[in-house]
Design a protein. Structure first.
Length: 69
């Protein structure tokens, strides 16, 4: 697992895109350290359930931000 990959080697002339690509790289590295595997090689998790829970969290965050207006 010492092989480190980057989201893309091509640099885009858009700092926002570059920032997001860096965040993907950082998140992937953290996940590999935490779970000891890559997303590609992990065939054990229930990804639909994970997605459902993440979307539920997103709705809660949206609602929280809307109530702060």
């Amino acid at each position: 697992m010492s092989k480190e990959t980057k989201f893309t080697l091509e640099t885009i002339d858009d700092p926002i895109v570059e920032r997001v690509k860096k965040q993907f790289d950082e998140r992937s590295k953290l996940g590999q350290q935490k779970y000891g595997t890559t997303l590609e090689n992990n065939n054990k998790d229930d990804y639909l359930q994970h997605l459902k829970e993440e979307l539920m969290d997103a709705i809660l965050y949206i609602t929280k931000l809307q109530t702060q207006k």
